[in-house]
Design a protein around this ligand. Sequence first.
Ligand SMILES: [Zn+2]
Length: 126
Amino acid sequence: MQSRAGSREDEVVKKMASLLKSGATMLEQTCPFCNVPLFRLKTGEVVCPSCGQRFVIVSSDEEELQARGNLVLQELERAAVERLAEIASQLRGARDPSEVSEALDVAINLLRVIDYARKIRQGKAG
Ligand SMILES: [Zn+2]
């Protein structure tokens, strides 16, 4: 008579076989819960054949860095735009010329930051 654990393993093996048949590829990474190899489906999703858990695997350090860099740039752009709005209202209320030129200097720097951030995010910098 087969043990429960045995039939469970059989099920996983069957699931793996059917994943491979459907064009999925077996990965080096294993499921941290079941310790079985993960599979990448044709859709790009990575699943565990045992528990069915889905995983997000970043394929390279470079991709991860780029994803994080984009978030930082977005944050920077947003902060610069907010600052620019403050500068704009300062400029409206400015009386003396040195105050105006100071505000404009800051505004130009902010616009540069926004411009760069956008270009880098769109891959147009350099
Ligand atoms: Zn699992």
